[in-house]
Design a protein around this ligand. Structure first.
Ligand code: NAG
Ligand code: NAG
Ligand code: NAG
Ligand code: NAG
Ligand code: NAG
Ligand code: NAG
Ligand code: NAG
Ligand code: NAG
Ligand code: NAG
Length: 825
């Protein structure tokens, strides 16, 4: 018996030692190319050696390259400082060819730090990078400090070809390069879709770009502490409300288990730290912990959650919900149901659909359906990886076909796919143009009775339109004209960037200043929004809506051209800029103007149009500071008369979102009213709607301002620049109006027509032209009247709001001719 025991002990010992050895060594990559470009000496970083890059490297083919060096240090580097002090500068297309011993996924890491070497200022570089058939970077211009771009690709050929192609009259450069095998099990072939429409299959073929890799509740983890050389950033900067979270570290507690996550999936430094709810011992705590990440719109993303319950004392204590972009992706996640032992790591993958949003939100919150569990929720780590789009691109421009030497077979396929896509796009646009044209013709016929001037599509306010004759099939303005007008899309002319693309200031041939919104050419979302915007803006013309001058659809480019708004956005005049501050009267007039625009949207057609993205950044000001509502890309036609709402995926901007809308995903005009209420407080307080840098109770403007409004202390939070300049009555009425807009339930909110009326009144109170005997409370009191009573007639007769009443049943052309009449007077 004794013998057996001893033997058993020994056996366990040997096993332990073996497994320890195994753990220490970690993953041993078959392909492991580490190159310190432009360096004449090997550079050791942690436990890895980046090889000197000799003059004639067999794996590099380049017409000419310069070896550059500097003694300047990049300030943001946390790993491999030495790698950034040398670089190779390429004057022509240059190709690295790496022999691949083991097919499968590989990291490709590119290190960039633009410095000045002799006469070469590397900040001036502009180039594209592709690998296999994937476009990794297009017209990339490195930031002023160092950056590492990380990709992972499944390489199924015996060579990996990485191509650097300088833009015309420019050059490319590279400080260091890694091509390293990744264990097969790191990325499995499928993942749950966020929209719950089943599983995404085919991840194995996706090219992935690491957008963010975060260690919740812990410090930065450098490549030295990760078996796969990854960097994990701390999560503090991504937390939306820092005070809602606390951090726990128990590195020693982590127990990897067979079948669960391995050290290669994520290291102990990640699984051993956690961000959890800051419940402050309150068993009634009920809130989410949310992180916000910047992403590019128009791509799918793979989101990986890492969990390891190091906070519970026993099993079944922790149960919580997990959200991506406010969608509940995992209800009642109970770590002890997934890994029986506490502190055992596991992970979950989700793919998001295409989205026009440039933010990705991840939230965790307590389960509300299980009442006896202590409210808590945890997250240990998070990875966000961008997936290539259907054109094999990871950067929204160009395609991977710049790789020379690809087999003609795959080229033809790509050509075919691109051809089909272009064909479909062109067809869609043609149909659309035809549709718009027919509609315009109907309107023209209807209008002909009232006016002798001929109708030119999109011509507005006397601005000359290009939408005539031969160009009409292309949607109007020739691409070449816009190229010239924007100085070939000069970055210095960019006046705005949105989910859809960039907006440029442009001057047309006849001297007209316009704003040209150029769609991100590969964004599916872009196409939808483009279409919505054309449809909306060609249907609605109003003094307080920004007008469309024309559009361009050529060379696979989609560009919308609007009237130029000299004074930019309302937001720009409120904070974070040096623009002169606006007086209270000016602010009220802007609010009134934008309310008019929205009122027109809500009421001028049989079905209301809901803007869905009302915010101060979408209210533009012309040279006279007249307000115009812009950006109709998200707009939706409202509910049918027999329905009360439209069900739709929640879209809009954080901080302005109607809570009822995102609770119930049901959209009504009242959602715009809510957002407008937030704008009103923004105008009053001149601060951002979400400001994570403020103490917790101040972060969300709507919540914070409502507290002061409800306690009758609104004057305390008025923009200091307005201090003492607002008459108390005016302020009181303004606060009441905003408060009603922010009512929890849509039915309790006023219509935008009421809001408009009340704002007019606020202005009158300020100007003191209100006769004293007119008791304010005898006028329309928002909220007390039912929506039917608050109809447009009130607004129209009292305020001269130009609008069209009771359009249900009227034909479209009738509507339009009425509209023209009402505008004309
Ligand atoms: C760099 O390291 C490699 C491999 O260890 C070695 O063959 C080479 O001679 C070294 N080069 C220099 C310049 O030290
Ligand atoms: C760059 O390299 C050259 C040649 O090796 C050397 O003479 C020079 O001092 C280096 N310059 C810097 C800034 O390191
Ligand atoms: C760059 O960093 C290295 C290592 O930290 C240091 O020795 C060197 O003095 C720094 N150079 C400059 C110009 O700051
Ligand atoms: C790069 O430089 C080489 C040598 O000076 C020259 O022959 C080649 O034409 C240049 N290529 C480009 C694209 O400028
Ligand atoms: C290099 O170019 C960048 C971007 O154009 C510029 O900001 C910087 O001042 C230039 N540096 C030098 C030393 O010329
Ligand atoms: C790489 O792609 C091949 C061919 O599509 C596939 O069989 C393999 O499973 C993939 N490998 C990984 C690690 O996804
Ligand atoms: C990284 O590893 C070193 C040595 O192995 C260790 O001292 C350090 O705490 C680790 N850092 C993190 C963030 O885990
Ligand atoms: C947490 O976030 C989700 C999605 O945004 C939301 O539905 C839920 O009500 C939130 N929970 C709490 C307690 O705020
Ligand atoms: C990414 O590229 C692969 C290979 O070209 C393709 O099969 C896949 O459909 C692409 N992904 C998307 C989301 O289009």
């Amino acid at each position: 018996m004794m013998w057996v025991k001893v033997e058993l002990k020994l056996f366990i010992w040997v096993l332990l030692v073996l497994s320890l050895v195994n753990l220490c060594i970690g993953f041993d990559p078959v392909d492991n190319y580490l190159i310190d470009c432009g360096s004449s000496t090997n550079t050791t970083v942690g436990n890895r050696v980046f090889l000197a890059d000799s003059t004639n490297s067999p794996i590099l083919s380049t017409p000419q390259s310069i070896f550059a060096n500097t003694s300047t240090n990049s300030t943001s580097v946390t790993y491999g400082l030495g790698l950034y002090q040398t670089a190779r500068v390429f004057n022509g297309t240059s190709v690295y060819t790496f022999p691949i011993l083991k097919h499968g996924r590989h990291w490709i890491r590119l290190y960039f730090f633009p410095f000045v070497f002799q006469s070469v200022n590397m900040s001036m570089a502009k180039f594209s990078v592709s690998a296999q058939n994937f476009a990794l970077l297009a017209n990339f211009q490195p930031e002023s400090d160092s950056v590492v771009k990380e990709y992972s690709l499944n390489i199924t050929s015996d060579n990996l070809v990485v191509t650097f192609k300088p833009a015309e009259n420019s050059f490319a450069f590279l400080n260091a390069l890694e091509v390293v095998s990744v264990p097969d099990e790191l990325i499995t072939d499928d993942a749950e879709k966020v929209d719950k429409s089943g599983k995404f299959q085919g991840l194995g073929n996706q090219a992935l770009e690491t957008v963010e890799r975060v260690n919740m509740g812990g410090p930065l983890v450098s490549p030295t502490n990760d078996t796969l050389g990854r960097t994990w950033l701390p999560d503090q900067d991504f937390l939306l409300h820092k005070n809602l979270a606390t951090f726990v570290s128990k590195i020693g507690a982590v127990k990897y288990a067979a079948g669960g996550a391995t050290r290669d999936i994520a290291p102990v430094s990640v699984y051993g730290t956690v961000t959890e709810m800051n419940s402050a011992d309150d068993p009634n705590s009920n809130f989410n912990v949310t992180w916000s990440f910047d992403i590019d719109s128009g791509f799918d993303y793979l989101v990986r959650f890492h969990f390891c319950d190091i906070v519970s004392m026993s099993a079944n204590q922790l149960i919580f919900n997990v959200f991506i972009n406010t969608v509940l992706v995992y209800k009642n996640l109970e770590p002890s149901q997934i890994e029986a032992n506490l502190a055992t790591p596991f992970y979950m993958d989700f793919t998001t659909g295409l989205s026009g949003s440039t933010k990705l939100l991840v939230s965790i919150g307590p389960s509300t359906s299980v009442s006896d569990a202590y409210p808590n929720a945890i997250l240990n780590g998070l990875e966000i990886m961008k997936m290539n789009n259907s054109k094999g691109s990871l950067n929204g421009a160009g395609s991977g076909s710049l790789t020379p030497g690809t087999s003609s077979g795959s080229k033809t396929t790509i050509g075919l796919i691109v051809g089909v896509i272009v064909g479909v796009l062109v067809a869609v646009v043609l149909v659309l143009v035809l549709f718009l044209f027919c509609r315009k013709r109907n309107r023209k016929l209807a209008r002909a009775n009232h006016s002798k001037t001929s109708w030119i599509p999109f011509s507005t306010n006397g601005v000359v339109s290009y939408t005539t004759g031969k160009n009409f099939g292309n949607g109007g303005i020739p691409f070449a004209a816009l190229q010239e007008a924007t100085n070939n899309f000069d970055e210095s002319l960019v006046i705005g960037v949105g989910g859809f693309g960039k907006v440029y200031k442009a001057v047309l041939g006849d001297g007209t200043k316009v704003a040209a919104k150029r769609a991100n050419p590969l964004s599916q979302q872009g196409l939808t929004e483009f279409r919505t915007e054309i449809e909306m803006l060609s249907q609605f013309r109003h003094r307080h809506l920004v007008s469309l001058i024309g559009f361009c659809d050529e060379h696979n480019e989609m560009i919308l051209v609007y009237e130029y708004m000299e004074n930019g956005t309302l937001k720009g005049h409120l904070y974070d800029s040096n623009l002169p501050s606006l007086s209270w009267k000016q602010r009220l007039e802007i609010c009134i103007g934008s309310a008019r625009g929205l009122h027109y949207l809500h009421t001028s057609a049989a079905k209301a149009t809901i803007h869905r993205d009302v915010k101060s950044a979408n209210i533009l000001l012309d040279e006279n500071l007249m307000a115009k509502v812009a950006d109709f890309g998200l707009s939706k036609v409202g509910p049918d008369l027999d329905q009360t709402h439209v069900s739709t995926a929640v879209k809009g901007s954080f901080g302005y979102l109607d809570p009822e809308y995102y609770r119930r995903q049901q959209l009504t005009e009242k959602s715009d009213v809510y957002s407008f209420g937030v704008v009103l407080f923004e105008v009053l307080c001149a601060r951002p709607v979400i400001d994570p840098s403020l103490p917790r109770e101040m972060v969300n403007l709507a919540e914070w301002a409502m507290k002061f409004q409800k306690s009758g202390q609104l004057e305390q939070i008025v923009d200091p620049k307005l201090a003492g300049k607002i008459k108390p009555d005016s302020l009181r009425k303004f606060g009441e109006t905003a408060e009603k807009c922010l009512s929890d339930y849509g039915v309790d909110r006023p219509t935008i027509g009421d809001v408009l009326w009340n704002l007019e009144y606020v202005l009158q109170l300020q100007e003191a032209v209100v006769p004293n005997d007119l008791n304010e409370d005898s006028t329309i009191n928002i909220g007390e009247l039912s929506p039917q009573v608050n109809n447009v007639t009130n607004g129209e007769t009292r305020l001269g709001v130009s609008t069209v009443n009771d359009l249900s049943g009227a034909s479209m052309s009738q509507v339009f001719s009425d509209l023209v009449k009402s505008e004309g007077r």
